[in-house]
Design a protein around this ligand. Structure first.
Ligand SMILES: [Zn+2]
Length: 454
C-alpha cells in the first residue's frame, strides 16, 4: 500500500467513525423523543413532571450527578427540569430551553396514536414531535454526547425544561424568580422559537426569533337603563357597543418597526414584485399610509403594527327586554416597543365616553432582543455544518412563548429551533403533528455545534 492509499484509508476511517458517532447520536435523540412523546403531558393529564423526571434520569445515566439536576416547579404537575452543565466559569451562564408540556390531541382523528411515536415515510408522528419535545430531546441528547466526550464549556450551560408553556407559563416564572443563574444569564437560546424555511433539499433561511408580541386584552362594556322591547329607543347597549367595536375594526395602529422586523422586511423584499417592493421601501422609511400590501397580507400587517381585534361578545338578558348591558372582549397584540397604557387610551378614545374600557391582562414589557454580531456568528457557524451559507433572518413571533418571561427580566432570548418547516405546513397543536427525521437529525447537529462553542 503506497502513502496516498494509506492517507485515503485513514481519512475513510475518520469519516466512517464520524458517521457512526452521529448515527448513535441521532438514535439516542430519537429514543429520548419517543419516550417523551409516550408520556401524555397535557394540562388535563398533569404529567409534565413525569417528563422532567424522565429527562433527569437520562442525564444521570449519562455522566451528570444529582447535584447538577433538579426537578422543580410551581405545582406538583408543572414541574420542570433545571440541569447545569458546569463550565470553566460560573459567571454569565447561557440558558438553553424547551417546554415539555403539550396541547391535547383528539386521538380518533389522528392517523396514528398521538402518544406513541410512529415512523411513516421518513417522518416521526406524535404529539410534541415538533412542539416542543423535539427541542427538549435535542438538548438532552446533546448534553449527554458532550459529557461523554469530556467536553467542558467556557461558561456554565443551564438547561431549562418547562412544564406549562402551553397554558400558564408559571414554570418559567418559577425558574426566573428562584434561580440566580436564570436571572444573571448572558442570554438564552429557546428551542421553541424560530425555524428554517425552504425544504431539507433547498433551505431558504434560518429564522432567528428575537422578539415576540405582547398579549393584552380589554373588555368594552356598554350600559343602559333597559326597558320593554315593545317600546324600543335609539339608545341601546347592544347598538352602542357595536358602534364602539366597529371603530376598533376600522382603526389601524401606527406602523412601527424594530431591529428584528426591519430585518424581516428587508429579507422579504427578495420575493416581492415591484409594487410590493416600493410599498416595503416606504414602510422601511417610516411613511405612514394605508398600504395594499398590509391589507392583503394579515401576517405582514401583524408584524408592522400593534393589532386589536374583537374576540368575544355577550349582552342582553331576555329576548323581550332592552339590554341593560353588553360586553365585548378585545384582544390586542402589542409590538414590543409599544406601550399598553397608550394602547388603552387609544381604545378609550375610539370607544367614546359612554363605554367602559377595562384591561383584563397584566402586561409586562418584553423588549425585542438585540441582534448582535456575536449571536449571528454563533448561529451561522452552528448551522453551517448542515446548511452552509444559510442566511440568518431575525423574526418576531405574533404569539408568545416562555421566552417573553425572560426578555421581560432583561435576559435576551433567541428562538433557535433550527427545525425545518414541514413541507405541508406547520402541524404543531394540530392533527398528525410530525417531524421529518432528517430535519430532527439536523437540529441535533445544530445544538451540538452550538454548545461546543459556549
Ligand atoms: Zn411550543
Amino acid at each position: 500500500m503506497n502513502k496516498l492509499n494509506l492517507i485515503c484509508l485513514f481519512l475513510l476511517m475518520i469519516v466512517t467513525d464520524l458517521f457512526a458517532n452521529n448515527s448513535d447520536f441521532y438514535k439516542s435523540g430519537r429514543e429520548i423523543l419517543g419516550e417523551m412523546v409516550a408520556i401524555e403531558s397535557t394540562e388535563a393529564m398533569g404529567l409534565a413532571s413525569t417528563v422532567s423526571e424522565y429527562a433527569g434520569t437520562v442525564l444521570l445515566d449519562n455522566g451528570f450527578t444529582s447535584a447538577d439536576i433538579e426537578v422543580v416547579g410551581p405545582t406538583e404537575e408543572a414541574k420542570g427540569l433545571y440541569a447545569i452543565y458546569r463550565g470553566q466559569s460560573s459567571a454569565e451562564p447561557v440558558i438553553v430551553m424547551a417546554h415539555i408540556d403539550v396541547v391535547p390531541a383528539v386521538k380518533e382523528s389522528w392517523i396514528t396514536d398521538p402518544f406513541k411515536m410512529t415512523e411513516i415515510d421518513g417522518f416521526l408522528h406524535g404529539r410534541g414531535t415538533s412542539d416542543n419535545k423535539a427541542g427538549a430531546a435535542g438538548l438532552i441528547a446533546t448534553f449527554a454526547k458532550l459529557r461523554a466526550e469530556g467536553f467542558i464549556p467556557k461558561n456554565d450551560i443551564i438547561m431549562l425544561l418547562t412544564g406549562d408553556e402551553e397554558t400558564g407559563m408559571q414554570s418559567i416564572r418559577y425558574f426566573r424568580e428562584n434561580y440566580k443563574n436564570v436571572q444573571n444569564a448572558a442570554f438564552a437560546l429557546n428551542s421553541d422559537g424560530g425555524y428554517l424555511t425552504g425544504t431539507m433539499d433547498d433551505p431558504e433561511a434560518f429564522r432567528l426569533q428575537s422578539a415576540e408580541k405582547v398579549y393584552f386584552s380589554v373588555t368594552l362594556t356598554a350600559k343602559n337603563r333597559g326597558g320593554h322591547s315593545s317600546i324600543p329607543r335609539k339608545d341601546n347597549a347592544i347598538y352602542d357597543l357595536a358602534d364602539a367595536i366597529k371603530k376598533i375594526q376600522q382603526f389601524n395602529f401606527p406602523i412601527s418597526l424594530n431591529q428584528t422586523t426591519r430585518a424581516t422586511l428587508e429579507f422579504s423584499m427578495k420575493d416581492a414584485n415591484d409594487s410590493e417592493k416600493s410599498e416595503m421601501n416606504m414602510i422601511l422609511n417610516g411613511i405612514q399610509k394605508d398600504y395594499k400590501l398590509l391589507e392583503k397580507d394579515p401576517e405582514m400587517n401583524a408584524l408592522t403594527r400593534t393589532t386589536c381585534v374583537a374576540t368575544k361578545l355577550e349582552g342582553g338578558h331576555a329576548e323581550n327586554a332592552l339590554p341593560v348591558s353588553a360586553t365585548a372582549t378585545v384582544n390586542c397584540r402589542l409590538l414590543p416597543q409599544d406601550d399598553s397604557d397608550e394602547v388603552l387610551s387609544i381604545i378609550r378614545g375610539l370607544a367614546g365616553d359612554e363605554i367602559v374600557v377595562s384591561p383584563i391582562t397584566n402586561v409586562r414589557k418584553s423588549p425585542a432582543s438585540p441582534i448582535t454580531d456575536e449571536i449571528v456568528e454563533l448561529i451561522s457557524s452552528s448551522i453551517d455544518t448542515t446548511f452552509p451559507g444559510l442566511p440568518i433572518v431575525p423574526t418576531m413571533s405574533t404569539g408568545a412563548t416562555d421566552a417573553i418571561e425572560l426578555r421581560s427580566n432583561g435576559v435576551p432570548v433567541y428562538g433557535t429551533s433550527a427545525m425545518m418547516t414541514d413541507p405541508t405546513g406547520y402541524r404543531g397543536h394540530g392533527l398528525n403533528e410530525r417531524i421529518e427525521i432528517t430535519a430532527f437529525n439536523a437540529t441535533l447537529d445544530f445544538w451540538y455545534a452550538l454548545m461546543k462553542q459556549l
